[in-house]
Design a protein around this ligand. Sequence first.
Ligand code: RB5
Length: 148
Amino acid sequence: MKVVIASDHGGINIRKEIISLLEEMNIEYEDLGCECSTSVDYPDYALPLAEKVAKGEVDRGILICGTGIGMSIAANKVKGIRCALVHDMFSAKATREHNDTNILAMGERVIGPGLARDIAKIWLTTPFEGGRHKNRVNKIRTYEAYVE
Ligand code: RB5
């Protein structure tokens, strides 16, 4: 598995925490920044990351900003992206099993680094259940294929 990760200025600390988790798990990753001490715009990070996932250049993406909201809204504009904003363990597992999400978003002003690490770990290791959930995800894919 290859993962791409990015944050804005509001998510740098959790991004570093997740990078150390990826290294511990021996998961290959690409870090898109930011290397910012000043304010940057979250779509400038979310959209290129989501494009990489949608094109199949990497398997999964992780985005962190202050709330996780801006990153998740932007990522979900890219066709083929199913990005979940997650701040609890139950949802981290369920969104892989049920929604086959390919991007995880989190907010550094909402949760601490320990919970973020646990959420990322379970999200990275939980498989999609398929079955009835596949039919539901396919309905989203069909809609995406239909709309311009
Ligand atoms: C930046 O101040 C903040 O708006 C951003 O990190 C994020 O929370 C947006 O949704």
